[in-house]
Ligand binder design. Structure first.
Ligand code: PLP
Length: 399
């Protein structure tokens, strides 16, 4: 008899995006004349930049020639991409060794897969609200989970609590969905907590490229001792529009060593290498050449233009809501606007209100954790034209 993983029974059904699609479909059928504007999208909409396309096209040609064809590559990624990422980190003051970097098919996979190298006996600390993958992947392992509350009083940036003992801590900065980003001093406090408790921080930096202010860390490794207590998860999805192309990377420093329950010291870098070489066969050569081009001077400049476009959309949305007195967070170091639903509405009430009255679609905050109830997420990932039209509808309709 094959038994299945009973931890799956503890997962909540994820209805969020299905429910949204359902409601939008029903509205559209009832009001075919209305133009629906989607400001809830968590996906990019601008195409890959020319530098990336050129590099991938060249790699495609190489694959068609015997001398330059590539089969299986190194599971942890090609050296040319490691070298490009080492240089990128050096640009914000972090020194990495190339074999501390592991290329993957994106941060979502790594967020889930990294659970393989930790014991199920660990207590996991997860921010609320946050990207739901951390919670669900740990429920699948049957781990004890504790939450830390993100709320206006702490600017949606929960800080360590000495009364809470956690072994593995997820931090997401800039945060999805709130857009909040930790300062260096705040990350120092987290590193101090992790060092004191022999904990490990899993630092999700998927939105680091959106950080607008040089004083806000793009990497936790700008903090002293972070290499002894943190793993960093990164993605080219929002940095360079790789949501469909798939490429990310995870940094596991050599200095990160923790014990087994039996007291044996283990280097997490070696464990992750073993995990990846056993269960993963690497990201396609063509994609890695495209990723390398992201980090070139010209590629970076082109990606920054796209980021600036999304951030201008975010600014317009925030400005519009603030004009009519709605409290907004985020939109500065991330393309996400996190707003307090007006007139005490719940997340779903506000969703219905925006759809039914203004034909605008957003994402109910309750989908990101219980602390997200009463909040709503909008994004700058739409087109400028639609963003402006949506803001006009909001300012007129909600004033
Ligand atoms: N981490 C956060 C915080 C995200 O919001 C997302 C995607 O929305 C991811 C990770 C996943 O990124 P990827 O596309 O690289 O899997």
């Amino acid at each position: 008899m094959a038994f299945v993983n009973e931890n799956y029974c503890n997962l909540k059904e994820s209805f969020l995006f299905a429910d949204i699609a359902h409601k939008v479909e029903a509205y559209s059928a009832a009001h075919p004349e209305k133009k629906i504007i989607r400001l809830g999208i968590g996906d990019v909409t601008l195409p890959l930049v020319p530098a990336v396309i050129d590099a991938m096209a060249k790699a495609v040609q190489e694959m068609g020639v015997k001398e330059t064809f590539r089969g299986y590559g190194p599971e942890q990624g090609y050296t040319f991409l490691h070298d490009a990422i080492v240089k990128y980190y050096a640009s914000f003051g972090v020194e990495l060794e190339s074999n501390e970097i592991f290329i993957s098919d994106g941060a979502k996979s790594d967020c889930g897969n990294i659970t393989d190298i930790f014991s199920n006996a660990n207590t996991i600390l997860i921010p609320d609200p946050v990207y739901p993958v951390y919670l669900d992947t740990n429920i699948m392992c049957g781990r004890k989970i504790v939450y830390m509350e993100g709320k206006p009083e702490n600017n949606f940036l929960p800080m360590p609590d000495e009364n809470v003992k956690a072994d593995v801590i997820y931090l997401c900065s800039p945060n999805n969905p709130t857009g909040a980003a930790y300062t260096k001093e705040q990350l120092e406090a987290w590193v101090a907590y992790a060092m004191k408790n022999d904990a490990v921080i899993l630092y999700d930096a998927a939105y680091e490229a959106y950080v607008a202010d040089a004083s806000i860390p793009r990497s936790i490794f700008v903090v002293e001792d972070a290499k002894k207590c943190a793993i960093e998860l990164c993605s080219l999805s929002k940095t360079a529009g790789f949501t469909g192309t798939r490429c990310g990377y995870t940094v596991v420093p050599h200095a990160l060593v923790r014990k087994t329950a039996g007291g044996k010291d283990m280097e997490l870098n070696k464990m992750w290498l073993r995990r990846q070489t056993t269960k993963f066969n690497g990201v396609p050569y063509i994609i890695q050449r495209g990723a390398e081009a992201v980090f070139s001077e010209v590629g970076m400049a082109q990606c920054r233009e796209n980021i600036a476009y999304y951030m201008e959309n975010a600014r317009l949305i925030k400005e519009g809501f603030e004009k009519i007195g709605v409290q907004c967070f985020g939109g500065v170091h991330s393309p996400y606007i996190w707003l307090k639903c007006p007139n005490g509405m719940s997340s779903w009430e506000f969703f219905d209100y925006l759809l039914d009255n203004l034909a605008i679609v957003g994402t109910p905050g309750a989908g990101f954790g219980t602390m997200g109830e009463g909040y709503f997420r909008l994004t700058g990932f739409g087109s400028r034209e639609n963003t402006i039209e949506a803001v006009n509808r909001i300012v007129e309709g909600l004033k």
